[in-house]
Design a protein around this ligand. Sequence first.
Ligand code: MN
Length: 203
Amino acid sequence: MTVTLHQGDIPPTLHFSSCVAIDTETMGLQPARDRLCLVQLSAGDGHAHIVQLKAGQYAAPNLKKLLTDPAVTKLFHFARFDIAAIWTYLDVLTAPVYCTKIASRLARTFTAHHSLKTLCSELLRVDLDKQQQTTNWGADLLSEEQVKYAAADVLYLHKLKEILDASLIREGRMKLAQSCFDFLPSRALLDVAGWDKEDIFEH
Ligand code: MN
């Protein structure tokens, strides 16, 4: 595994194939309050790119172009949160997206556990270290542990997608999963607009 740290944006020469794994790190769990600090990316080739974003410096034209490229699927785990953070700080609604958590919920109904750590452990036999989960991502200088932890969150998503896609096809739920992925940007907008605690489909 290798990691490249970029300041403020990805270089214009950096290209990903038709599917890029993405994760974000923020100051906390409330997009309106907790600013976006990192965007991690991987083409699924074992290499991760980390974009460090300083407070108020969210121009990042190359990153925004990638996030809105209709030819590139953005692969997340719990996309709902990342899409809201990206919308709030980068001012773009990223699409099309795929979410390994939604895929797992639809394909793996025998379990209630769909965290990234659980999926990596059960589907890939990879043990994700979650020790840096509550670290300060807004620090000017990131530690080696922070960089490694942030990168790990995007390195396995392509492999998970491959396995989850096979399960979704086997269970006849691929079309339903795709409809859910297509709805995710709207779900994130509902969160930002104040419907985050409310399920509007409920009676
Ligand atoms: Mn993460």
